[in-house]
Ligand binder design. Structure first.
Ligand SMILES: Nc1ncnc2c1ncn2[C@@H]1O[C@H](COP(=O)(O)OP(=O)(O)O)[C@@H](O)[C@H]1O
Ligand SMILES: [Mg+2]
Length: 582
């Protein structure tokens, strides 16, 4: 339960509305009790009418009672409406705040957090867990205030009539709360299972959609269908169970109300027979018991609701507590000239224990280019992650314009760097917006957009599409080829006029002629660049080339020097040349 105390700050924020809501509930209950008392007394008043009654007086009394009843019902109903307008609205407002808080946290957290958590789980926290918490905040709080206020009002009135009868008719109520609690817990448990099966089913379906080509090509439609049927069958069975338990809910309440009503009539009748209470009192009791039923039933399901909310809030808190590993400590504006240096940098991935970078040192002066070659897994992308400060070096220093990377304004530095990551990511949006994403200024001129696309040698492809730059990419849009995606991604990096350009094997799907054109375009721009590739043709014109193996530099020099050295670099080059000729 402690986890829910996190929400107190929000409850405090909306305290006035909540207070108002509580007043409305109490008011609504007060009217209900008043109505009952009025009718009880009226019954007593009218009991003797046949003997001494005057028909006109009776009509008058009946009409008055009807009017009074309508008036009180209207008041009570209006207050009920206002209760929902305050308390349920507060729960929605808190839901909104909480979702924003969680989303902000998602944006803050770094790279390694996303490696550790899966997408489905992160989505659940912001949707399902928040929903469960809202149930506690809205109905949970509303029913609790309702129970407390109506119990006090009704029991006080009951005791005024007959403490003896009160004792008896109240006996079944706690029993009902307990049974409802058990039934609710069971319903929640099965609901969770049903939800799990449902998400399993949607994952399966989603995968079928994305992998439909592979599935058809391998002739595996039957297997997938069987899998789906099994999951669907499972879902049905669990749902049936849920229906069964759900159908116990209302009958349980009705049986127990029935028992209380019978007790009121039977015991009340006996008391009336002994002239201890009036007929009207019995009537009041029947109404009282009915008024208490729903609040007492709510104890059961509110308890179970709070338990679920607490479990969800624990999960939310766990993640809100998560500390940002990499923070920007410096907010003074930073103007980057484009000089970078690694000094004895080492890095081990904490989750896999792989020592990806070993004692690495290199330097790139302003306007120079550095090429890095090496087999897959040699640590090339890790260098890029270190340079973008997605991860923090274990030892050694990374200097940006001769300043320690941890001491510069990270946001400014990143804004002046253009990264083309190894796995291209394009949004399901137009080509224009995908390229424009690279610059902060949304009102960028068409001229600049086209210039960047031309430098990335993609402009001529784009204008071939019917919608040109307005062509939609992604699921419902056009599918670009691997090489086209890479070039759009390069254009995105170029449009921001970076001081440092980081290319991570982003010409791998581009043929060597196109590669040559793009590299020549980039060389003209004279920006500091770090080009990572497994293909020597991409980096042969770099000012300096590092040949990486298992996270360590094994050779270093210009293309010419390395060729003359006749080491693994020249061997790799010769191998790639023959491959190209094949
Ligand atoms: N997020 C990660 N967690 C754990 N190990 C990783 C992670 N990323 C890369 N590695 C490991 O670090 C080594 C270097 O990877 P990487 O820098 O991606 O190589 P390259 O880009 O040269 O192919 C590899 O052995 C890889 O398995
Ligand atoms: Mg890589």
């Amino acid at each position: 339960m402690k986890s829910l105390s996190y929400l107190n700050k929000y409850l405090f924020k909306y305290k006035w509305r909540l207070l108002l809501g509580a007043i409305f509930i109490i008011g609504s209950n007060w009217f209900k009790v008043e109505m009952t008392n009025y009718f009880g007394d009226l019954t007593d008043d009218l009991t003797g009418w046949e003997t001494n009654g005057d028909p006109t007086l009776l009509l008058y009394k009946a009409l008055k009672a009807g009017g009074y009843f309508m008036l009180l019902s209207l008041f009570s109903g209006f207050l009920l409406f206002m209760t929902r307008q305050t308390i349920i609205v507060v729960s929605r407002l808190i839901e909104y705040d909480l979702k924003n808080e969680i989303y902000r946290q998602y944006q803050r957290l770094s790279f390694s957090f996303y490696k550790r958590n899966n997408t489905g789980d992160l989505m659940n926290r912001i949707s399902e867990d928040v929903t469960k918490v809202r149930m506690y905040l809205g109905p949970g709080i509303m029913y609790t205030i309702n129970l407390t206020s109506i119990s006090i009002l009704v029991i006080k009135n009951m005791l005024d009539v007959s403490p003896y009868l009160t004792g008896f008719v109240l006996i079944p109520l706690p029993l009902m709360s307990y049974i409802i609690y058990k039934v609710s817990s069971r319903i929640n448990k099965i609901s969770t299972l049903v939800q799990e099966e449902q998400s399993h089913m949607s994952t399966l379906v989603q995968e079928t959609f994305t992998g439909i080509r592979v599935i058809k090509a391998y002739g595996r439609t039957q297997e997938i269908e069987d899998k789906f049927n099994a999951s669907s069958e499972n879902y049905k069975t669990k749902n049936m169970k849920l229906v069964l338990v759900n159908s116990l809910f209302m009958p349980t309440i009705f049986i127990l109300i029935g028992v209380s009503t019978i007790l009121s009539i039977y015991l009340g009748g006996l008391l009336h027979y002994n002239d201890q209470i009036s007929l009207g009192d019995i009537l009041k009791f029947i109404f009282y018991v009915n008024m208490l039923t729903w609040p007492f039933a709510s104890i059961g399901f509110v308890t179970s609701m709070i338990q679920r909310a607490a479990a969800s809030q624990t999960r939310i808190n766990e993640f809100l507590k998560e500390e940002e590993e990499i923070t920007n400590t410096n907010t003074t504006p930073f103007s980057f000239s484009g000089k970078i240096e690694f000094r004895n940098v080492s890095y081990t991935y904490p989750n896999s224990g792989i020592n990806a970078i070993k004692n690495l040192s290199f330097k790139i002066e302003h306007g120079e280019s550095l090429g890095i070659v090496g087999k897959t897994g040699s640590g090339k992308s890790t260098i890029l992650n270190l340079l973008m400060r997605h991860i923090e070096a274990d030892s050694g220093e990374i200097l940006i314009d001769d300043i320690h990377i941890q001491d510069i304004n990270l946001d400014d530095y990143r804004n002046q760097t253009g990264v083309v990551p190894q796995d291209v990511f394009l949004f399901s949006d137009t080509i224009r917006n995908n390229i424009q994403f690279g610059c902060m200024d949304d009102s960028i001129a068409e001229k600049q957009l086209i210039a960047a696309a031309k430098e990335a040698y993609i402009h001529h492809n784009i204008i071939e599409f019917k919608d040109g730059y307005g062509t939609l990419l992604g699921e419902r849009g056009v599918n670009l080829s691997g090489g086209q995606k890479q070039r759009v991604s390069i254009a995105r990096a170029l449009i921001r006029n970076p001081k440092l350009l980081l290319l991570d094997d982003c010409l791998s799907a581009v043929d060597t002629e196109t590669e040559e054109i793009i590299l020549t375009n980039l060389a003209k721009k004279k920006i500091t660049s770090l080009v990572i590739s497994h293909r020597i043709s991409s980096i042969r014109n770099a000012n300096i080339v590092l040949n990486l193996e298992n996270g360590a530099v094994i050779e270093q020099g210009t293309h010419k020097e390395l060729m003359n050295a006749n080491g693994s670099y020249s061997e790799l080059y010769k191998k790639q040349l023959t491959e190209k000729e094949d």
